[in-house]
Design a protein around this ligand. Structure first.
Ligand code: FNR
Length: 189
């Protein structure tokens, strides 16, 4: 096992281009809690990725925007995906970003990558179905996906304030534990 680091870098993909976004708010709260877990979270935007098509996947000529996106994911120690649920699955913008990261053929960003998934919605079962789909996609790509704890955040107004502070103590403790488990996963891989 490689020696432990004081802090691990984590690339964060938020699967929403909405303004405002509940899930971006959740990502902000995680960024505030992350240093205590020994993690440093950096947002990797997906808004500027065009729709991916197989004609784009030349190894020699992979579009620059895709190369830059993959580099941001590849350079980090771990990947955190914060996803909304759209119609009981992941939003198309997130699937598009995953497709970009998975190519060109033979150069996927996912194999062996420690990856955690979390998501927020106002719905009763939150983002459980979307996360189930997302974990299946990530596992099929060879990512090492955090199994426990599962993190389906039922978000009501005021749960996360404008400074990214979680106002409910039990949710704050849960999120801190989620980040600590993710750090353990990164450390093991
Ligand atoms: C939703 N929403 C939603 N919520 C949920 O819990 N399960 C679902 O299947 C859906 N489906 C769905 C489809 C579409 C097209 C939209 C626009 C919304 C509600 C969703 O959770 C809510 O809009 C969140 O605020 C989306 O997250 P962001 O974009 O705010 O981070």
């Amino acid at each position: 096992m490689p020696p432990s680091k004081d802090s691990y870098s984590v690339a964060v993909i938020v699967g929403s281009v909405s303004q405002p976004s509940l899930n971006r708010r959740l990502a902000g709260a995680l960024a505030v809690l992350a240093p205590e877990a020994g993690l440093e979270l950096t947002d990797v935007p997906i808004d500027d990725l065009p729709f991916f098509g197989a004609h784009m996947e030349s190894k020699e000529d992979y579009p620059q925007v895709g190369r830059a996106f993959k580099r941001a994911v590849d350079d980090a120690d771990g990947l955190l995906i914060v996803t909304p649920e759209y119609n009981r699955s992941i939003p198309g913008v997130l699937k598009n970003a995953i497709d970009w990261a998975s190519r060109p053929d033979g150069e996927s960003s996912f194999p062996g990558r420690p990856t955690a998934v979390i998501g927020a919605s106002g719905g009763e079962i939150s983002t459980a179905v979307a996360q189930n789909h997302l974990k299946a996609i990530l596992t099929s790509q060879g990512a090492v996906v955090l199994g426990e704890p599962e993190a389906y955040i039922h978000c009501e107004d005021g749960l996360i304030d404008d400074q990214g502070r979680v106002t409910d103590a039990s949710t704050r403790t849960f999120l801190a534990g989620f980040l600590a488990s993710f750090r353990d996963l990164i450390e093991r891989f």
